[in-house]
Design a protein. Structure first.
Ligand code: ZN
Length: 384
């Protein structure tokens, strides 16, 4: 398959992408080589690698955002919502976990995320929509996981990294828990911290990377991490967290992050692509380059915007196509005719509407929505 006439955002030129066996087999200037194999033609479209969301809880994305005030730390928040929002929590938890997880996967796909790092116990989740990365040891946190030390220090671990919520607060208690973790990481396990709102630059040195989740941080704590200082001593990745603490749309998170001016446009882009691929050891992902996996997103290009501005103004409704391993997992109705002409079997896809735009997604998302609604009619989906 060839994807034609796409504006590259990393090189500011128009390219054709050739895909073979799930990989990108060539990236050429537009029209450089005529080719008779299957091609999809785009017009005024932007292309970028499938995004890598470095932090989510896939089974927690049917929750509405739960919180009743600004909190000093995650323990306060957790206790408060368990008490004040108990009924809402129970109504979501009674929805079978496999349905909740499936929606969590779709939430990511609809935004152009092709790899998500799930935090928590290992989920059995089919890998056919997007890549779900679980090859790491998830520790919840210092204060809410009883046996974190034992798990961290258990000998003969393989080389998987550890991931832990750390410094998710604005008070002294959360700042000190970071020191506690550093003191006890006696075996210097490769650790990726999540949040780091209370983290200082010195503490950041002890972490291989920090996953920045600004939307969740602002919702819970009214503040986010000092990324401008922390990036000097650790590497920065980007995560959404789940909808219990953050909005469903990663693009809104990215625009909020961009306003912080803590990362350059390129650094923020890399946090979602090359940096994430390197830190989690994902192999050849995160680039539109020959030999890389064909995890690709194509979106409408806003007229008059330069490439990075165009990238950051993207909305889920603008996404024209998402491929995972060279297979189209989502496409816009405007491509339907071309796909029909190419003789592609479209029976695996189902129609949904997102902000008034017609899209087709792999698998039966409408059925999933109906099933969830039967368990809990109060769940609000961003798609119909
Ligand atoms: Zn989390």
């Amino acid at each position: 398959m060839i994807l034609r006439n796409l504006h590259s955002i990393t090189e500011d030129k128009v390219i054709d992408i050739h895909i073979d066996g799930g990989k990108i087999s060539a990236v050429r200037d537009r029209g450089a080589i005529p080719d008779n194999s299957k091609a999809l033609n785009f017009d005024n479209a932007l292309v970028f690698p499938g995004l890598i969301n470095s932090h989510d809880h896939l089974d927690f994305n049917l929750f509405p955002q739960l919180g009743n005030r600004v909190y000093s730390n995650y323990v306060e928040w957790s206790h408060d919502i368990q008490k004040e929002n108990r009924a809402e929590i129970d109504k979501v938890l009674k929805i079978p976990k496999d349905l909740r997880v499936k929606w969590g996967v779709y939430k990511n796909l609809l935004c152009g995320v092709t790899t998500v790092v799930n935090h928590g116990t290992t989920l059995s989740v089919p890998d056919d929509l997007i890549n779900v990365f679980q090859q790491c040891y998830s520790l919840h946190s210092i204060l809410l996981e009883k046996h974190w030390k034992r798990r961290l220090l258990k000998p003969f671990r393989n080389s998987w990294p550890f991931a832990i919520h750390i410094g998710e607060g604005t008070d002294d208690k959360t700042r000190k828990e970071i020191d506690t973790f550093i003191k006890w990481n006696l075996l210097k396990r490769k650790t990726i911290g999540i949040h780091g709102v209370a983290m200082n630059a010195k503490q950041a040195e002890a972490f291989s990377a920090l996953v920045w989740c600004p939307d969740s941080n602002y919702f819970l704590l009214g503040k986010t991490a000092d990324i401008a200082a922390l990036k000097k001593n650790t590497r920065i990745l980007f995560g959404t967290d789940s909808t219990v603490s953050a909005g469903w749309n990663i693009w809104e998170h990215l625009r909020a992050a961009r306003k912080e001016k803590a990362l350059s446009d390129d650094e923020l882009f890399n946090a979602l692509t090359t940096e994430a691929a390197a830190i989690w050891g994902l192999g050849r992902k995160g680039r539109i380059e020959t030999g890389y996996e064909a995890d690709i997103v194509i979106a409408k290009r806003q007229p008059g915007k330069n490439t990075m501005d165009a990238f950051y103004t993207t909305e889920p409704a603008d996404i024209l196509a998402v491929t995972k391993g060279g297979v189209i997992k989502l496409f816009d109705a405007s491509l339907r005719e071309q796909l029909n002409v190419e003789g592609m079997d479209l029976s695996n896809y189902h129609k949904i509407m997102i902000e008034g735009c017609e899209k087709y997604v792999w698998g039966d998302l409408p059925k999933l929505i109906t099933e969830v609604t039967q368990y809990n009619p109060e769940v609000v989906f961003p798609v119909e």
